[in-house]
Design a protein around this ligand. Structure first.
Ligand code: NAP
Length: 536
């Protein structure tokens, strides 16, 4: 089958891409997703406790349709995964998107054909299709990272990865559960699992900063207020890195130490990300301020956790907020339960698995079930899994062997007419993702129109533009403390992955910049005449 555009992925970004390309641009479009339904990351991440950990409702949602904002009844400030899934299901129905999505169909190959100026794809079922444009909404957190401990495959009990959670309920009743990983997923899941499990043993490699989420019911009045002020809030999200509310301009060093502590207390009580982004300007850039905020959180952990030795193990020692900040719903309190124990892998590393236990250097931990909350080959992983073949037969895996070069995080030299949404070197998870996906798609819309208005067949980033972009993204990252910590932002969580800061740190500036580049005739791109208009 031939289409104008093929969209890979039916998560937030892919659904909007389909809607925009088909309903606003009038193109013929086919979307594919390996999942059995819409939702992308949310379709797979149904582990207990999964919820949005940002001011979600109605901000973690689409902004393109005011009707959608007006009609959807969010019930909590930080929506649970089931509510997010219900919302995307509603969106798929409301905009009649399902008829153009092929579910349970993983795209296994994509190849650029220079003569026809088209992408050809193949699916796991052997379907073939081609299109002028390939829109890769393949997900920043898709490829599950599984640890390779000796004997892990010999473990006889069920093994669940948080990023591939089964759709049928999992009961922990009477079970001894081992959990490896204490990132956002582990921190959300552990308190829920501990409520019913006989025992939970948490295997922690890095102690984490987690801030109280303070999720609350969203009142009808609040929701109405958001709807009434929607234009301002949306505008604020545009200007403030995806954040809907005013952010602080307070400078820490204008305040006394006592005033600063009072401010931190206030932000801690407010919950969510307020301590990090609203206490003072520059918490993630000023090392001295960062250390003070880190000390504040470390002290809180010591106050919450009863056992001093457990509290010590749970106390992080890296720069505050330089791994993805975690919001918790009773995470540290969970360690005060008698059915929860903590193994610090830095003191006592895992040596092997048996059929019934995890063995560490200093002991054996019998378990009936294993939960891997070990994260993802983030940002670049899903594109490398697709591994498209560009100009001259070059595979993306070859091009990205040492560095994830992109232009604007959306385009790749050698891969004409391919657009990534939330690709490496775009803001991705550092911005509100549904809005970021919309803004990427608006840019792609303008780019395709530009091609058509100028009778061009292809658009392609230049290598020079990629090199300059790489420099720009790195320079911005280096103004922050992020690159100084090993995290999935830097690729350090995957053995052998090239080290590179994977995100553009300034979302609003990023979107201004890509719009300015578009207005300047898509600077940094080269265009080729449409093959059908070239005589002979
Ligand atoms: P993650 O942040 O990468 O955390 C993975 C955890 O597993 C870390 O504690 C890591 O330790 C540990 N780990 C990895 N490999 C290990 C190994 N071989 N042995 C022992 N421990 C190992 O992954 P995640 O928690 O799934 O979260 C990923 C991202 O998804 C988040 O940062 C966030 O952006 C997003 N997320 C969002 C939400 C939400 O919005 N509600 C919820 C969940 C996730 P180290 O720290 O030492 O590497």
């Amino acid at each position: 089958m031939q289409y104008d555009a093929i969209v890979i992925g039916a998560g937030f970004a892919g659904l909007y891409a389909l809607h925009r390309l088909r309903d606003e641009m009038g193109l013929s479009v086919r979307a594919f997703d390996g999942a059995g339904g819409v939702g992308g990351t949310w379709w797979y991440n149904r582990y207990p406790g999964a919820r949005v950990d940002a001011p979600s409702a109605p901000f973690y949602g689409y902004t393109f349709s005011k009707e959608l904002v007006d009609e959807w009844e969010w019930t909590e400030t930080q929506s649970a995964s089931a509510d997010v899934l219900a919302y995307v299901d509603h969106v798929a129905d409301r905009f009649d998107l399902r008829k153009d999505i092929q579910f349970d169909t993983r795209v296994t190959d994509a190849r650029w054909d220079e003569a026809t100026q088209r992408w050809s794809i193949e699916t796991a079922h052997g379907d073939e299709a081609s299109a002028r444009f390939l829109i890769c909404a393949t997900g920043a957190l898709f490829v599950a990272n599984k640890p390779h401990y000796p004997g892990i495959d010999d473990f006889a009990g069920p093994v669940y990865h948080t990023g591939r959670w089964p759709h049928e309920p999992v009961s922990f009743e009477g079970k001894r559960v081992g959990v490896i990983g204490t990132g956002s997923s582990g921190v959300q899941a552990i308190p829920e699992i501990a409520k019913t499990a006989e025992h939970v043993t948490v295997f922690q490699r890095t102690a984490q900063y987690a801030l109280p989420a303070r999720n609350r019911p969203l009142t009808a009045e609040q929701l109405q207020e958001y709807r009434d002020n929607w234009a301002d809030l949306r505008d604020s999200m545009y200007r403030r890195g995806g954040w809907p509310f005013p952010t602080t301009r307070l400078k820490a060093w204008d305040h006394t130490p006592e005033e600063r502590q009072a401010r931190y207390e206030e932000m801690w009580a407010e919950g969510g990300l307020h301590l990090a982004i609203n206490s003072y300007v520059g918490v993630l850039a000023d090392e001295e301020l960062n250390a003070e905020v880190g000390d504040f959180v470390r002290a809180k952990i010591g106050q919450i956790v009863d056992d001093p030795e457990t509290a010590r193990k749970l106390t992080p020692d890296y720069l505050f907020g330089t791994k993805r900040l975690i919001l918790d719903n009773g995470y540290f309190e969970t360690y005060n339960r008698s059915n929860v124990s903590l193994v610090d892998l830095r003191d006592d590393p895992i040596t092997a698995f048996t059929a019934t236990s995890v063995q560490t250097e200093h002991g054996e931990h019998p378990i009936d079930m294993l939960v891997l909350a070990t994260g993802f080959d983030a940002v670049s992983g899903s594109m490398l899994q697709l591994n498209p073949q560009g100009r001259g037969g070059v595979r993306l895996g070859e091009k990205w062997a040492a560095r994830f070069d992109t232009y604007l995080g959306m385009a790749i030299a050698g891969f004409p007419n391919l657009f990534m949404i939330h690709g490496p070197q775009s803001p991705g998870v550092l911005y509100t993702m549904p809005l970021g996906g919309e803004r990427h798609m608006a840019w792609i819309d303008a780019c395709i129109r530009h091609l058509d208005e100028n009778d061009m067949g292809t658009v392609e980033a230049t290598e020079e533009a990629e090199a300059a972009w790489d420099q720009e993204v790195n320079d911005l990252a280096n103004r922050t403390l992020y690159p100084r910590t090993n995290s999935w932002y830097t690729g350090a969580n995957i053995p052998g992955k090239p080290r590179q800061f994977l995100a553009h740190t300034m979302g609003s500036r990023y979107f201004d910049r890509i719009e300015e580049i578009a207005a300047d005739g898509f600077r940094g791109f080269v265009f080729e005449r449409s093959s059908s208009s070239i005589p002979g």
